[in-house]
Design a protein around this ligand. Structure first.
Ligand SMILES: C[S@@+](CC[C@H](N)C(=O)[O-])C[C@H]1O[C@@H](n2cnc3c(N)ncnc32)[C@H](O)[C@@H]1O
Length: 246
């Protein structure tokens, strides 16, 4: 186990080289979704924010203080590289912590009772941080219960896998509105496996796809945004985003 599995130098290297080449439309779709969220507080706990390679500076600028939590010792330095200027212009204070903020979530939350919380593409990575997949799945099921009474959001991998890429689709970013329902995901009137198939077809999925165990992170009835992320020319993630307002 280590921060380098889902972050660290490998992540920074890939993000630095790919974000302008392949990730632009996904980054724009995330910024568009974030712009529609209405966080209650002027204080944000940003969990797994890394260097904010895919994060919108404009969205961050609404906060007066941001506490960034990440396992990666480089996160704070690189986050300032990407967003420091925008935060200074907005008068927003940035405080960086190296900590396992999922394991210590209750402590972190109680230290900041008046903050909104955003899990920034971290919950879908939990399965890589343990050898026990069942445990990871259990931890993520009904994750919202750990955040009862708090204002929070998350964007995370729902599933990921290989795609049949064509030059035309290489820069596309498919996106859908969805809803959290008892069967998992509802998408344009289709639920469960049918909704998943719709997502897979939309990106020309091929081969075996990986479940990131996040289908029950959010409470029932929550509006969701599904955003395709072509991580590389031959591998795609479906990101799921939602905000639970208080
Ligand atoms: C895919 S990266 C997030 C990328 C980020 N959203 C961006 O735009 O650059 C996942 C991050 O979550 C961090 N992470 C994973 N598990 C964590 C935990 N339990 N507590 C804090 N950070 C964690 C990793 O170190 C990594 O930086």
């Amino acid at each position: 186990m280590g921060f380098d599995i889902t972050g660290g130098l490998r992540w920074h290297g890939r993000a630095f080289t790919r974000r302008k080449k392949y990730w632009q439309s996904t980054i724009a779709a995330i910024a568009d979704w974030l712009a529609q969220t209405r966080p209650t507080h002027k204080h944000l706990l940003l969990i797994g924010g890394s260097a904010g390679w895919m994060m919108s500076s404009a969205w961050l600028q609404q906060f007066e203080r941001i506490d960034l939590y990440d396992l990666d010792p480089l996160a704070g330095l690189l986050f300032r590289f990407n967003h420091g200027r925008a935060l200074r212009l907005a008068g927003c204070m940035l405080v960086c912590h190296r900590r396992d903020a999922i394991h210590d979530l209750e402590q972190v939350l109680s230290q900041h009772p008046d903050a909104s919380i955003f899990f920034d593409n971290v919950l879908g990575q939990l399965r890589f941080r343990t050898d026990d997949e069942e445990l990871a799945e259990k931890e993520l099921q009904k994750f919202y219960r750990r955040l009862q009474g708090r204002d929070w959001g998350s964007i995370h991998d729902l599933f990921s896998g290989p795609i049949n890429e064509t030059a035309q689709s290489a820069l596309a970013c498919e996106s859908f509105q969805g809803l959290q329902v008892p069967e998992g995901l509802s998408l344009e009137g289709q639920t469960g496996a049918a909704a998943q198939t719709k997502l897979l077809r939309a990106v020309s999925a091929s081969g075996n796809w990986m479940d990131h165990f996040t289908s029950e992170v959010f409470p029932q009835g929550l509006a969701l945004r599904l955003i395709a992320w072509r991580f590389s020319p031959h591998y795609c993630h479906w990101l799921q985003a939602g905000w639970v307002s208080q």
